[in-house]
Design a protein around this ligand. Structure first.
Ligand code: SAM
Length: 228
């Protein structure tokens, strides 16, 4: 796994990184010189990826991205393509129809903490509003997944109970305003790894066989693209 992809994805790189090829294959936009926004970026991984595609990127998080985001962007020589902002996804401080692309990974669940589905709805509606007509949302988010995942999150992950995981029918509901959307799910065993080395091995097993034999709704990641 190369260092750039690790800096972009950070966690369970084997499964989450499938999003990058998917977005490149499915987008109908030429990405060079596009005006893009990353929501909930923390360490700015997807801003790095978008800048590498030639986009001008607004890298945002609710209280601004981390210092590490700036360092990583400098390390990869793309900081001149990025501006940094504090943006609450439920109230995006831009006019309508500004961005060609909005991207997020593993953010909606936190926006919906303490079962706040309305906040998740609001965030998607705000993303829709600031996208230009024909603009695209690239997303990757955590799913409810299997009863086994639910049990482990409840008993072994400190934030697992507060995070509002999405179901596939909810993805459909949230993306209703978009003119078209498509998505797939991936990842099963790798979510159980305690460190990136374990997740890498389990991710390999997911990709060799588990992803092929597990029902879509039991996987823990949804990756998709929706067009305004
Ligand atoms: C699990 S982290 C994911 C970070 C990054 N996207 C990634 O994949 O590594 C969730 C991120 O969502 C951000 N977040 C939570 N509520 C938010 C909100 N209302 N608006 C924007 N970002 C928010 C958090 O600050 C955090 O950085």
């Amino acid at each position: 796994m190369n260092k750039l992809i690790k800096d972009i994805i950070e966690w369970d790189v084997r499964n989450w990184s499938k999003s990058l090829n998917y977005w490149l294959e499915e987008t109908s936009l030429e990405l060079t010189d596009r005006n893009a926004l990353e929501i909930g970026s923390r360490n700015g991984g997807l801003s790095l990826w978008l800048a590498k595609q030639g986009c001008k990127v607004t890298c945002s998080d609710v209280n601004g991205p981390s210092e590490k985001a700036r360092q990583i962007h400098q390390k990869h020589g793309i900081e001149h393509l990025v501006q940094y902002k504090g943006i609450d996804a439920t109230n995006i401080p831009y006019e309508n129809d500004v961005f060609d692309i909005v991207v997020f990974k593993s953010v909606l669940g936190g926006i919906g903490h303490n079962n706040n589905k309305d906040a998740q709805f609001k965030a998607i509606n705000e993303i829709y509003r600031v996208l230009k007509p024909g603009g695209e949302l690239f997303f990757a988010e955590n799913l409810v997944a299997s009863p086994f995942h639910s049990f482990l999150r409840k008993h072994f992950i400190s934030w697992g109970e507060n995070w509002r995981y999405l179901s596939i029918p909810e993805i459909e509901e949230f993306l209703n305003p978009f003119s078209h959307k498509h998505y797939f799910s991936t990842g099963f065993l790798a979510a159980l790894g305690r460190n990136e080395k374990q997740r890498d091995i389990l991710g390999k097993i997911d990709n060799l066989c588990i992803n092929k034999i597990t029902p879509s709704k039991w996987k823990y990641i949804v990756v998709g693209l929706a067009k305004k």
